[in-house]
Write a protein that binds this ligand. Structure first.
Ligand code: GUN
Ligand code: ZN
Length: 431
């Protein structure tokens, strides 16, 4: 296929996971590289001079020395919490009651939901994030708003109506039946429409009765290619609460498994305080956990041992957890993941951080054929990083002797100023 556009820069891709093979074996780097794009998809990736010859009619967009990567994929976020990010002083349950639930109640107004969805997705694009798995609120209009705003930008978003039928304020509570029926209607309207994908979304066990978990498990069985997203073992108080609510369960994960909510495509946010049995079951079931490092420090949840999860065969995605997380930026999130890794005794390599923020998250969402890599056929979703975006980063990067040394300062110190451009389905969103 002839490309319409050639996007030039340093191009970095992964032929394999840098958790499986050494980073330099996993990565493919072209200093003068190009991504050839046609009809919103990647046609080819390779040296710029070769692709210029192969695609002589293509428009050329030259990003110079900037680094071209697959767009960042945020595997767990709450777009309705955009306006309450960076709220002070609470731990999880208190934070939900004080800040989150009152804000989520505002999404009863569809106009408010639409405004927040647009603000949120524009922030994502400014931060180089091209895809997200987001919780919405209990209001179907909050889901419609996000999918509509994503379609207007060409974005492939995974999202779902957040279901709660206990331990939440009355305006945010539904029933097992309503959760099932309204989720089913949204699946019918949105799942697979353009780039939209639906995630069945029980908030977490404390806010869903067994009847609701059961109803959503049945819905997932009827629509097995949907994702399933929820929370698991984020804070110790929460784990103890689940144990009190469910004395019959072997552990927290069991409360999901007992209702058909464990399997490939299940994404469990946080998953910090796991038992050995839970780790083994997650790996065996082909489920994924999502590392939310800025949130885990911000709300004081704990240290997630990422290297251990990967080594144990559990799929791991990376995420901001906006607005429990303190940033919209996957660069800031990679920096936090590095620091948390250091606290748990594993220095994650820059290649591993980048892989988690792209293909790792895409795999957790079962979307890796479409997003998270630069493989031909994938959507042309790219982030273009200026590796010298501030004086502090520039002076450090100037000393770099290797590719990884040139990238790591931006991972540790970069933010939206490092995002020179974001491409979504072959369309450029510049600064
Ligand atoms: N657990 C249940 N709901 C939430 C939420 O909105 N944010 C976080 N971080 N954890 C949760
Ligand atoms: Zn969350």
């Amino acid at each position: 296929m002839q490309a319409e556009t050639l996007i030039l820069g340093q191009v970095l891709t992964f032929a394999e996971s840098p958790f499986d093979v050494p980073p330099d074996e996993a990565a493919r780097h072209d200093r003068a590289g190009a991504v050839a794009v046609g009809a919103g998809r990647i046609v080819a990736v390779g040296p710029a001079d070769r692709l210029r010859v192969a695609h002589p009619a293509a428009r050329v967009v030259d990003h110079g020395d900037a680094l071209i990567l697959p767009g960042f994929v945020d595997a767990h976020a709450h777009y309705p919490q955009t306006a309450i990010i960076a709220s002070w002083g609470k731990r999880l349950i208190d934070w939900l009651e004080t800040y989150t639930f009152p804000e989520e109640a505002r999404f009863a107004d569809p106009a408010y939901a639409r405004a927040q969805a647009e603000t949120y997705l524009d922030l994502l694009i400014a931060h180089g994030t091209t895809s997200v798995a987001s919780f919405c609120t209990i209001h179907p209009a909050s889901v419609e708003a996000l999918f509509e705003a994503a379609a207007a930008r060409g974005m492939g978003v995974t999202a779902g109506r957040t279901c709660m039928d206990r331990n939440a304020p009355a305006p945010l509570r539904d029933t097992a039946q309503a959760a099932h029926d309204e989720s089913a209607a949204l699946i019918g309207r949105w799942h697979g429409r353009g780039r939209a994908r639906y995630a069945i979304t029980p908030r977490f066990t404390p806010t869903s009765t067994p009847a609701q978990l059961e109803a959503l498990g049945a819905l997932w069985a009827a629509h097995p290619d949907c994702a399933m997203q929820t929370h698991l073992s984020e804070q110790r108080e929460e784990v103890r609460w689940v144990a009190r609510l469910h004395p019959e369960a072997r552990d927290y994960l069991d409360t999901y498994e007992a209702h058909g909510l464990l399997g490939p495509g299940a994404m469990f946010g946080h998953a910090i305080w796991l038992t050995e049995r839970e780790r083994a079951r997650l790996a065996e079931a082909g489920a994924s956990v999502v590392h939310c490092p800025t949130s885990n420090t911000f709300i004081g949840s704990g240290v997630f041992d990422c290297a251990r999860a990967v080594a144990g065969g559990i799929g791991v995605g990376l995420a901001t957890d906006t607005g429990g997380g303190s940033s919209f930026s996957m660069l800031r999130t990679m920096a936090a993941a590095y620091e948390i890794g250091q606290l748990s005794g594993a220095a994650l390599h820059p290649a591993q951080l980048l892989w988690l923020a792209t293909e790792g998250s895409a795999r957790a969402m079962r979307r890796a054929a479409e997003i998270g890599t630069l493989a031909p056929g994938s959507a042309a979703d790219l982030v273009v990083l200026d590796l010298a975006s501030t004086p502090a980063i520039a002076q450090r990067a100037a000393r770099a002797e290797t590719l990884w040394e040139s990238i790591f300062p931006t991972l540790m110190m970069g933010d939206d100023r490092a995002v020179a451009a974001t491409w979504i389905a072959g369309r450029m969103f510049g600064r």
